[in-house]
Design a protein around this ligand. Structure first.
Ligand SMILES: [Mg+2]
Length: 184
């Protein structure tokens, strides 16, 4: 029984983010700097933009500020709508990859191969979903930040996954090192 519990906990770890923040623009640039991050991969839907396809001025400023310090950005989106991903990437001045099929690691590899100077420990994934963004990034072996989703309104497949995410997050926040972290 004890072994079973241990196994369950180690399985849950696959879905644990390294940090959690209320929203992207709350991620301190000192943290990015301190951790030596060279490349930031960003989920789009519900991480950068809300259900109306809008993002905040603060987010735009945040990206601009971090970019000015030499950090590269890349949108990695599961969206099938290239026009939306393209528009957002153009407006925010970052590159993009759509139809990424996260949590598959293929898209992560495809992007990261374009940045041979960045080691995996210098690459950060920011997203709002444990089962796509965080799990995929953990499987690929890069750093992770989970943010709170911007909208409650979601596609059905994401909605179905949320209660399971909650169970994992409850375990995550119970861990001593995560107690102080932002509840998302
Ligand atoms: Mg998302």
């Amino acid at each position: 029984m004890k072994n079973e519990n241990k196994e369950k906990k180690s399985l849950l770890k696959n879905f644990y983010p390294e940090y959690t923040f209320e929203k992207v623009e709350n991620i301190p640039d000192e943290l990015i700097h301190k951790e030596g991050i060279k490349l930031i991969l960003m989920d789009m839907d519900n991480t950068l933009i809300d259900s109306k396809g809008k993002y905040s001025k603060e987010l735009r400023r945040w990206i601009k500020n971090i970019k000015a310090k030499g950090v590269k950005f890349y949108i990695i989106s599961n969206s099938f709508s290239e026009s939306t991903v393209k528009r957002i990437s153009k407006e925010l001045g970052v590159q993009y990859l759509y139809k990424a099929s996260k949590p598959s690691t293929k898209a992560f590899k495809k992007i990261c191969d374009k940045f041979p100077d960045a080691n995996k420990c210098e690459i950060l994934m920011v997203g709002d979903q444990l089962f796509t963004d965080i799990w995929g990034a953990n499987r690929f072996g890069i750093r992770t930040i989970l943010v709170k989703r911007l909208n409650k309104k979601e596609i059905i497949i994401s909605k179905i996954k949320r209660p399971f995410e909650r169970i994992i997050l409850n375990h995550y926040y119970k861990k001593e090192e995560n107690i102080e972290k932002c509840r998302v």
